[in-house]
Write a protein of this length. Sequence first.
Length: 276
Amino acid sequence: MHSFVRSVPQEITQKQTMSTTTETTQETVTENQNDKPYRIQTTAGHRKYLCSGLYLPSVTTVLSGTESEKSKAGLRNWQANNPGMLEQAATRGTAVHLACENYLRGLDPAIPDEYQSFFNGMDQYLNWFDTLHWSERPLRPDWNHLRSEDREVAYVWSTKHLYAGCPDLIGEIGGVKVIADFKTSNGPYMNRFPEKGDRAGFGGFRKYQKTAQQMAAYRVALEERTGFRCDVALIIVATEETTQGIFIDGDQLDLYESRFLKRCEQFHTMYPDNEN
C-alpha cells in the first residue's frame, strides 16, 4: 500500500462522531461452494449473473431497463449521432478502473497515455482510505465466497430483490465504512437539481442520480451477503480537466435505495422471464 497523506473530508469527520453511538455487530454470511457467482453472457441486452442458483440481472441492467421511453430514445439518438463514442467511453473507463485498482494494491497504475489526464487527481481520493476490504474483488478471506471459482471476478447479489453487481471499492476512512465508485465523464456530475436551461448540469445530475442508486443497490446486496453495512458512499468522477469526490450520506443512500428497489420490482414485472 502507499503511504497516506490525507485531509479527511468533513463528511467523514462528522460521521466518525456519530458512529460512536451507532456501531452495529457485524454478521458474516457464508455461502455454499456451489453458489459461487458466475458471469453470464449478455442476452437481449440484459447482463445476467448466476448466483445462488438464480439468473440475476446486473444493477446497471435494472437501471437501464427501467428508464423512460423518452430517455431510451434519447440514448439511441445520441448513439446514432456519435458512432463509436459509447465504446470509447467504455474502454476509457476500463483503463481508469484498472489503474485505480493497481494503485490501491501498491502497483504501477500503468495508465495508457491517452487516458492519463483522467487518472490525474484520483490518488487524492484513493489516499483517504486507510483500510481496504474490496478493490474490484474481496481483500478479506471471509468474503471469498463472493468470488467466482476462477477467483478472478467477484460480485454481490440479493436473492431477496433479485439483482447482482460488482462494486469498485469498499473500505474505511477513519473507521467510517465507505463504498466508492469510479466514473469517467466528459463533464462533471451534479448532486443538486440544476437551474432551468442548464442542459449540461441536468446531464450531470442524471448521472449522479443513477450512480447513487447503483451504489445504494450494492450496499444492500453486500449487507445481505456479508452483514457488512456501509455508512456512506463516495463517487469519484474523473474528467480530462478535473476530478470530483462526491459523498452521499446514509440518509441520502436510504432514499436512493428505496428508489432502486422500486425500479428493481418494476424490472421484474416488465421482464418476468429474466429470472430463468
